[in-house]
Write a protein that binds this ligand. Structure first.
Ligand code: PMT
Length: 361
């Protein structure tokens, strides 16, 4: 990592407010890891929705990033179908897996009262509601789908950090050369699955977390995939320089300095999860620059593929950019209710299989 990126990351975390519900997120992650991170099971972290940048600490106003969350929610369904366990890191209030065919405005449209005490699903929605309940509950209750919400850029990046920790149990005992603090080996010498303790340890040693995660994730192997469909803010107001109370409008034009959010893609790729299969997205509104920008991101952040999409046509077509190909993936217009995520996920699952095979060869 270059030193300017390092100092941008330090400033970001120094200014970030503590993550609320950290303990409960950790608990959920630990359970997920216990259940899914074994054998040859594949795990994908799907990020979805846009992050916000608060302008006030007691936030009334914020800057938002466009994303309905449809891409992430639909893709999650297809990854589950392909046998993956999923961590769905999503923006609160955006599309949810298995709920895409239900009306969200108003959801009550789906139901009717039969008498004073009972309600039933209205006929036109009965299949969709049954399917949503059955598939969603099966995935969540079965432990294959862990949903973690975020709203602000601070939450996203902190949750994202935690996210990387989940893969640690794959290799926690076998990386004898890791560069950890002095009493680290004493702590992990506890036999069996002591990752709970390890995760706590990482969070306590927050300053060194990046380095520790980076070194440890080298041994993870290629079974993990990152599918980064979230629209992440590029600029933020550091917490310490943010107004505490609602900014008053009486004092004339608003003059505010936004600082660049460090590009975590390079850290993810080169340090946190160098062996994982990493897919990022590139959204543009100008088609003329889209593929060049995707190509640049591919090379700069060493992604396995970048999914290029243009705002207006993003539901119809995307282009998967790899180091040797540009593959156009289209929605099958002849099939009612089809979406572009179905063929996109199929393609990426195939590529992930080839990647795992090559990595193990
Ligand atoms: O949700 P929908 O309405 O269905 O729309 C889907 C989508 C258009 C949002 C999605 O397909 C998409 O393109 N997502 C990425 C949009 C984007 O804003 O990309 P970007 O150029 O800001 O970032 C490129 C990549 O870098 C992203 O994978 C992002 O996760 C990552 N990033 C960005 C900023 C940052 N500070 N750190 C990052 O890691």
């Amino acid at each position: 990592m270059n030193s300017s990126l390092g100092s941008e990351i330090d400033s970001f975390y120094e200014s970030a407010p503590p993550l609320k519900e950290r303990d409960s997120i950790m608990e959920k992650l630990n359970e997920f890891v216990e259940l899914n991170c074994k054998g040859t099971k594949r795990v994908v972290c799907v990020t979805s929705g846009g992050t916000t940048v608060p302008l006030e600490q007691r936030c009334v106003r914020y800057i938002d990033n466009f994303s309905s969350g449809h891409r992430g929610a639909a893709s999650t369904e297809y990854f589950l179908k392909a046998g993956y366990a999923i961590i769905f890191l999503y923006r609160r209030g955006t599309s949810q897996p298995y709920c895409r065919s239900l009306p969200d405005d108003p959801l009550l449209e789906c139901f009717e009262a039969t008498d004073e005490l009972n309600i039933q699903v209205r006929q036109p929605y009965s299949e969709a509601v049954k399917r949503a309940i059955r598939d969603h509950h099966a995935a969540v209750a079965g432990g294959f789908l862990l949903k973690l919400p975020f709203t602000t850029i601070f939450e996203y990046l902190q949750v994202h950090f935690s996210q990387t920790l989940i893969f640690y149990p794959f290799f926690m005992i076998n990386d004898g050369n890791a560069n950890f603090p002095p009493d680290f080996f004493f702590k992990i010498a506890i036999p069996g699955r002591s990752f709970l303790l390890f995760i706590e340890y990482l969070v306590l040693y927050y300053e060194q977390m990046l380095q520790m995660v980076a070194v440890s994730l080298r041994s993870l192997g290629p079974l993990a995939m990152f599918y980064l469909a979230a629209a992440v803010s590029d600029f933020y107001v550091p917490w310490k320089s943010m107004a505490e109370h609602k900014i008053q409008s009486g004092s004339g034009p608003l003059d505010m300095r936004l600082v660049q959010v460090p590009k975590m893609l390079s850290v993810l790729r080169t340090e946190w999860a160098p062996m994982a299969f990493c897919i990022s997205f590139k959204l543009e509104t100008d088609t003329k620059i889209l593929l060049d920008k995707a190509d640049m991101a591919l090379r700069k952040y060493k992604m396995n593929a970048v999914v290029a999409n243009e705002l207006l046509t993003r539901k119809e077509v995307v282009v998967v950019v790899t180091d040797s190909e540009k593959i156009s993936v289209q929605r099958d217009k002849t099939e009612a209710g089809s979406d572009v995520e179905n063929p996109l996920v199929k393609l990426l699952v195939d590529r992930h299989s080839a990647f795992i095979k090559d990595s193990n060869a």
